[in-house]
Design a protein around this ligand. Structure first.
Ligand code: FES
Length: 67
């Protein structure tokens, strides 16, 4: 599935760019030698970046239970 239709960047490719250090949607495009066009992909790419950050809510440990 493409995350950026303008530049044919797939979700898995954006994930690779994020893993290698891209920290905003422009950097994800730059990773592939592209420049953003319409901006429609910005929210989705920024959500991917947020969820990949170490302190994102998706990686918050579950509370421990006492037994
Ligand atoms: S969809 Fe990414 S710049 Fe248009």
């Amino acid at each position: 599935m493409f995350v950026c239709n303008c530049n044919a960047i797939r979700e898995i490719e954006a994930g690779t760019a994020i893993k290698t250090g891209a920290r905003d949607w422009v950097q994800v495009h730059a990773h592939f030698g592209h420049a953003p066009c319409c901006g429609k992909c910005a929210p989705e790419i920024m959500a991917m970046i947020s969820s990949a950050e170490p302190n994102s809510s998706s990686e918050t440990p579950l509370p421990m239970t006492m037994s």
